[in-house]
Design a protein around this ligand. Structure first.
Ligand code: SAM
Ligand code: DTB
Ligand code: SF4
Length: 330
């Protein structure tokens, strides 16, 4: 089945070379009868991972709001009246206390986000000690700070950073409907800088922005066709926030999320696929189907960046009901 979804161009390559994907083949996967898609995705998942293990990442917004970018989904853009107030960078003490709490609650990775277009070098002076402190607690570290230059990525690597999150968000074709202040190529350049610095790449996107199935397929293709696919792939469902241009976008069906996760799993079999923003609009059964489809990571903790996430106690009960065991990533 897998070979049928590879393009002609790859048919003569060895199995060592990652297969390249076409939008048409990806769309065909996304649209398969659900039982066939789930079977293929779950079988792939079992070939590469323990199907009963889940990786837990906790998010902390270390610098909230006031962002100059115009990402239409984002409550932290200064252009939209969302009620999110701009704040200064959190102190080292505040970050250490949140990271300790995350560790005690069972997270293995601590992810820090900043509402910047791109960090200045003096911003990195203040982020480096935060990364070092998170590492000292024995947690994996991840940051998402906007666009990076190669020297900045190298600096983060020297600080001990494990993962950098920078999403492609949507297809190259639909992208212009959502963001005008940075290009798709800007994002690819940041991902290349992160990869060249030997930091693990965390890169995914959002569904529910008003994109078509073809756009979803094109996003997954972009991710899977990167020179090296990301180690971590967050699949977010749009969280509709009052005041943003997408506040009145229709709610997407949980099956769209399940299908997107399953297709990501098949196309990027070695990646951790994270069921990310939007879990609060999914019931436990829909989330369990995402885990069956190959999602093996979540954001764990009661806050995402500016919006809420399921209660940790609820998540623990869900893991216990379905026999999932929290694990550490590599
Ligand atoms: N400012 C940095 C940047 O955009 O590069 C880092 C933080 S930004 C908030 C990280 C990602 O969060 C975005 O790329 C987007 O995929 C996701 N995100 C933001 N707002 C969201 C929303 N309302 N619903 C779902 N995902 C969202
Ligand atoms: C990712 O892909 N999703 C996270 C994280 N990376 C930084 C952010 C989700 C944000 C949801 C809206 C909010 O809470 O502001
Ligand atoms: Fe700024 Fe990031 Fe939000 Fe875009 S997604 S407005 S860059 S904080």
């Amino acid at each position: 089945m897998l070979t049928a979804t590879r393009t002609q161009a790859q048919s003569s390559t060895t199995s060592e070379i990652a297969p390249k994907w076409s939008v048409a083949d990806t769309e065909a996967l996304l649209s398969k009868p659900l039982m066939d898609l789930l079977f293929q995705a779950h079988s792939t998942h079992r070939n590469y991972f323990d199907a009963n293990a889940i990786q837990l990442s906790t998010l902390l917004n270390i610098k909230t709001g006031g962002c100059p970018e115009d990402c239409a989904y984002c409550p932290q853009s200064a252009r939209y009246a969302t009620g999110v107030e701009a704040s200064a960078l959190l102190s080292l003490d505040a970050v250490v206390s949140a990271a300790k709490q995350a560790k005690e609650a069972g997270a293995s990775r601590f992810c820090m986000g900043a509402a910047w277009r791109a960090p200045k070098d003096r911003d990195l002076d203040r982020v480096v000690p935060l990364i070092e402190a998170v590492k000292d607690l024995g947690l994996e570290s991840c940051v998402t700070l906007g666009m990076l230059r190669p020297a900045q990525a190298q600096r983060l690597k020297r600080a001990g950073l494990d993962y950098y999150n920078h999403n492609l968000d949507t297809s190259p074709e639909f992208y212009g409907e959502i963001i005008s202040t940075r290009t798709y190529q800007d994002r690819l350049d940041t991902l290349a800088a992160v990869r060249a610095a030997n930091i693990n790449v965390c890169c995914g996107g959002i569904i529910g922005l008003g994109e078509s199935t073809t756009d979803r397929a094109a996003l997954l293709c972009e991710l899977a066709n990167l020179p090296e696919p990301p180690e971590s792939v967050p699949i977010n469902m749009l969280v509709r926030v009052e005041g943003t241009p997408l506040a009145n976008q229709g709610q997407i069906d949980s099956f769209d999320m399940i299908r997107t996760v399953a297709t990501a799993r098949i196309m990027m079999p070695r990646a951790y696929v994270r069921l990310s923003a939007g879990r609060q609009s999914m019931n436990d059964e829909a989330q369990a189907l995402c885990f069956f489809a190959g999602a093996n990571s979540i954001f764990y903790g009661e806050q995402l960046l500016t919006t809420s996430n399921p209660l940790t106690e609820h998540d623990r009960q869900l893991f216990s009901k379905i026999g999932l065991e929290p694990s550490s990533a590599h």
